[in-house]
Write a protein that binds this ligand. Structure first.
Ligand SMILES: [Zn+2]
Length: 205
């Protein structure tokens, strides 16, 4: 299977990258520079792909940043601290991000003759991110099947898994979690307090 992975350089999508390779897929990665605060994740993504010998495109969509405002990840709004379930975490929702990313990745997948687009959304995301919920993924799958002459699949194998379960899969596959980047703040070191750091810390124990 030829799979294009939407790759952030974080622990979930890195685990999915390892899983796809272990499954024998022909994998290529696509990352987006959308003016995110934690842009350094792209450097982490680039390094891992290089080490694995996986082709990787970093697509510059910074000009779309003005369409994706109002989030702590794309605007000058402080990054909230705590768990994903907390009300203030809604400040990290980027307007329509996954629909935009899946749509752009679909275009590349078709251009390359690939059969599916993969992404590492998981159950822990469901609380605050509507574009990570099963109903959204199902609808995107339906659209991907009819939007072009080429029938594409949207593959989200971690959809009903917790981040802890993903960590388990990653450990079994030998994922080098220390080489992945998760923190939303994008400072020199992970802050340990933002939602992303908290969830990661609990998953990796
Ligand atoms: Zn953090």
């Amino acid at each position: 299977m030829k799979t294009l992975l939407i790759y952030s350089g974080g622990m979930d999508s890195t685990t999915l990258l390892y899983k796809l390779l272990a499954d024998g897929d022909e994998v290529r990665c696509i990352s987006f520079d959308y003016g995110q605060r934690h842009k350094k994740e792209l450097e982490y993504a680039r390094r891992i792909c290089e080490e694995l010998g996986v082709e990787h495109s970093i697509i510059d969509v910074r000009s779309l940043n003005e369409l994706m405002q109002g989030s702590a990840l794309t605007s000058d709004i402080p990054v909230p601290e705590g768990h994903y379930e907390d009300e203030n975490m809604k400040q990290t929702v980027v307007p329509n991000r996954n629909m935009i990313f899946i749509s752009l990745a679909m275009a590349q997948a078709i251009s390359l003759g690939f059969e599916r687009v993969a992404l590492a959304v998981h159950a822990g995301d469901h609380a605050i991110y509507p574009d990570c919920r099963p109903i959204f993924i199902q609808k995107m799958q339906a659209v991907a099947a009819i939007a072009n002459y080429e029938k594409l699949d949207v593959f989200a194998p971690f959809l009903t898994m917790s981040k802890g379960e993903i960590a388990e899969v990653g450990r079994e596959l030998g994922v080098p979690f220390e080489k992945t980047w998760t923190c939303y703040k994008g400072l020199a070191e992970p802050c340990g307090k933002c939602g992303s750091c908290v969830e990661r810390g609990e998953a990796l124990g």
